[in-house]
Design a protein around this ligand. Sequence first.
Ligand SMILES: Nc1ncnc2c1ncn2[C@@H]1O[C@H](COP(=O)(O)OP(=O)(O)OP(=O)(O)O)[C@@H](O)[C@H]1O
Ligand SMILES: [Mg+2]
Length: 325
Amino acid sequence: MSDTGNDGIFDIDTLKDIGPATKTCLREAGFRSIKDLVIRGPTDIAEATGITIEKCTLLCNRAREILEDKGVFDKPFITANQIYEKRKSEYRIATGSKNLDELLGGGIETRAITELYGEYGTGKTQICHTLCVTVQQNESEDNLSRALYVDTENTFRPERIASIASARKFDPNRALENIIVAKAYNSAHQEVIIQESPNIISLHNIKIMIVDSIVSHYRAEFLGRSFLSERQQRINRLLHILLRIGETCKIAVVITNQIQSSPDAIFGDPHIATGGNVMAHTSTYRLYLKKAGKNRIARMVDSPYHSEREILFTLNEQGIGDPQK
Ligand SMILES: Nc1ncnc2c1ncn2[C@@H]1O[C@H](COP(=O)(O)OP(=O)(O)OP(=O)(O)O)[C@@H](O)[C@H]1O
Ligand SMILES: [Mg+2]
């Protein structure tokens, strides 16, 4: 079997437009599949191969055409109705809380980035752990639904997964088997993990990719104003790679984000999400989590089609759930 798993038909070797030396350069830089060319884009291809950016743009377009022909991407210029019909049949992942599912329009959407941000202890990591289990509800013998968890804060706990799985009547060992964990030690390592994840996603039938959290290494490593621009550029690049992974691999992408105090907030909530405009513009859905006594509030603060609204959920032995009436 090819190391691109059930994605063998998209293996870089099947490309006729480039020679063996270029293919070797691409492989060395972690490109495995034609999908990777589209996901990482012309600048990364140019860096890996030394080919001019114009040629890399052509190569990228060629890769996209192949993916269109194979039905991975829609052809350009289709009717809104076709998109509407397709979206209705698209797969959503239950969060474990009916209120939260309803706020999201039926669960976490595939082919999109859902960002969770909020103060410490508001339940970001708890939601991520719960999603690792609830994604497996759609599992059947030939249709495994697994989770990929990129842990940057060292807060992934298999014990918590096992207890959520037991409370939800799943076999805990099987639930743990279906979660692939990648621990990122610094921002450079996090970038390599995310770049190389499309291969893992197709090999293991991943349906949700979680990055908890997206910013912590960048916040710790790029200190001060002089590094701000580089930090933002790297976060921007990473988010766009994640967006294209979601689109190309047809999976849900969930990222968590931290908050910072807004210096100019005199009235109202002084907390804003970190990552600035780069983060705000790239996430498809943004949920702001707040504490409300024993419960938690989730507020939809940015969505292409939901109004700004909030709901209550709770943290419990099932991971997350709905407060008792
Ligand atoms: N088994 C459990 N049952 C109920 N609540 C739990 C359980 N385990 C953890 N919690 C609660 O979850 C909260 C921590 O949530 P979580 O780890 O998701 O925070 P976070 O938003 O990820 O914070 P940070 O920004 O520090 O990463 C704590 O209030 C803790 O009491
Ligand atoms: Mg956390």
